[in-house]
Design a protein around this ligand. Structure first.
Ligand code: ARG
Length: 456
């Protein structure tokens, strides 16, 4: 008879139910419910005795969930209903008072905001560990020479420390992005009710304080429809995963026989089932490959939210799986990246050999001409000619004779050979943010300061 009592179609149930994944909200839901119940009692909306029973019941439910003995029933559409159902089984009808002045719409937004906040803190911790690892590695490889690349072509030599620290700053910006997620989750949605507010004189600020929110969402319609903080988390996670992918990709490349710049520990690599000589840098490959999955989750949620009318729509239930998977993926990748870097071995000789390719001193030779008054553009052309001639004649730059040099670039003299001899191309990069050791030391000091501030 009553259309709300008809049994639900099982396929619809399968589509509609979120309990299979939203159980992850349980710790936040329980904490939120406690705060809400206390507020109801303080505001004389429920009796102190009701509160006592609800507190006792919620503690029992928590024990069941933590002890893995919580049984989900077929009718439990989502975690929120499952907890309330179980609470009522334990304490009786008074359990039904918990949902006074609350809707699942403001409830779920609050749980998700709490979860995003907690995992933004976790991401911060993990990023700091990774950044500290990079600083340590940079310190240990301060003056190890290697080629710097553009277009994956040897461009100018740099120190390995400088190269590693480049990632430090990328992860530092990720840290700032996760920091912003703390701001994005600072307004409590709870108390907005289904969408319009509630019919009781509640104290939202009390709940906010209990749960660690800085304030309350000012507009009830916005409160229940807002998932910006999930987008913010996913955006931070996507960029962070992309940085991890770039790092992983370089380690894969550097682990090849062709490069031979590094070797990852056995714990992070695999052998081939067929070819006994192989050692594959699997961990780094997977760091490389995980990024698009996280980026995909960001795009998915944008798709869900796009065009969505106010306020709560069931579509919003689709925020959870992308978020949860992004959290798991990025946290796992951050852990593995730090561990893998802690045990990586670099090959000083191979890197130095690649860096001593004289052709990568071409910019320095051009600058020598510039210091003699030749306009840079012209110097660039002259040195290009010298390099081409050397390549054609199968010679290194320093193997060109003085006669050849006089013919190719009369503006160059003996200093040309000194410059190639000196291997001074790195130490000459003294501009701020450059690769000269003095500048890398400055950079290390800055990086350590960033870590100190982040820990404070
Ligand atoms: N499971 C829902 C979600 O995750 C909870 C809110 C449901 N609200 C409702 N009015 N059906 O979004």
């Amino acid at each position: 008879m009553g259309r709300f009592r008809d049994p639900q179609d099982p396929l619809f149930q399968a589509l509609n139910s979120s309990i299979a994944f939203d159980y992850r909200l349980a710790p936040y839901d329980l904490e939120q419910s406690l705060a809400h119940a206390r507020m109801l009692a303080r505001s004389n909306i429920i009796a102190d005795d009701d509160l006592e029973q609800i507190e006792r019941g919620l503690a029992a439910v928590r024990e069941e969930i933590e002890g893995d003995s919580f049984v989900v029933t077929e009718d439990d559409e989502d975690l929120h209903m499952a907890i309330e159902r179980r609470l009522t089984e334990i304490v009786g009808p008074v359990g039904g008072k918990l949902h006074t002045a609350r809707s699942r719409n403001d409830q779920v937004a609050t749980d998700v905001a709490m979860l995003v906040r907690a995992h933004s803190l976790d991401a911060r911790e993990l990023l700091q560990r990774l950044m500290a690892t990079l600083v340590e590695l940079a310190e240990h490889h301060l003056d190890w020479r290697m080629p710097g690349y553009t277009h994956l072509q040897r461009a100018q030599p740099v120190y390995l420390s400088h190269h590693l620290l480049a990632y430090f700053w990328k992860f530092r910006r990720d840290l700032q992005r996760f920091n912003f997620c703390m701001t994005a989750t600072d307004d409590l949605p709870l108390g907005a009710g289904a969408l319009a507010g509630v019919n009781f004189d509640t104290s939202r600020m009390f709940v906010a304080q209990e749960l660690g929110f800085g304030g309350i969402a000012e507009n009830s319609l916005d409160a229940v429809s807002n998932r910006d903080f999930v987008l913010d988390y996913l955006a931070a996670a996507a960029t962070c995963a992309t940085h991890l992918s770039q790092l992983g990709s370089e380690i894969v490349l550097w682990s090849t026989a062709e490069f031979g710049f590094c070797e990852v520990a056995d714990a992070f690599s695999s052998g081939s089932s067929l070819m006994p000589q192989k050692k594959n840098p699997d961990a780094a490959e997977l760091l490389r490959a995980k990024a698009p999955r996280v980026v995909g989750h960001l795009v998915t949620l944008h798709g869900v939210l796009h065009g969505l009318p106010l306020t709560y729509n069931k579509d919003l239930q689709e925020d959870k799986e992308p978020l949860f998977d992004a959290i798991d993926t990025v946290e796992l990748c951050l852990r593995v990246a730090a561990d893998m870097l802690q045990s990586i071995e670099f090959n000083r000789e191979r890197m130095a050999e690649a860096a001593s390719d004289e052709f990568i001193a071409a910019t320095d030779v051009a600058d020598l001409l510039v210091r003699r008054g030749v306009p840079f553009r012209e110097a660039h052309g002259i040195v290009g000619g010298v390099v081409r001639a050397a390549v054609e004649r199968g010679k290194k730059l320093s193997e060109l004779t003085e006669e050849e040099l006089a013919e190719l670039a009369p503006q160059l003299d003996g200093e040309f050979y000194d410059l190639l001899d000196e291997r001074s191309w790195l130490e000459s990069k003294v501009s701020d943010g450059g690769t000269a050791t003095a500048r890398v030391r400055d950079q290390l000091a800055q990086a350590r300061q960033v870590l100190r501030e982040a820990r404070a």
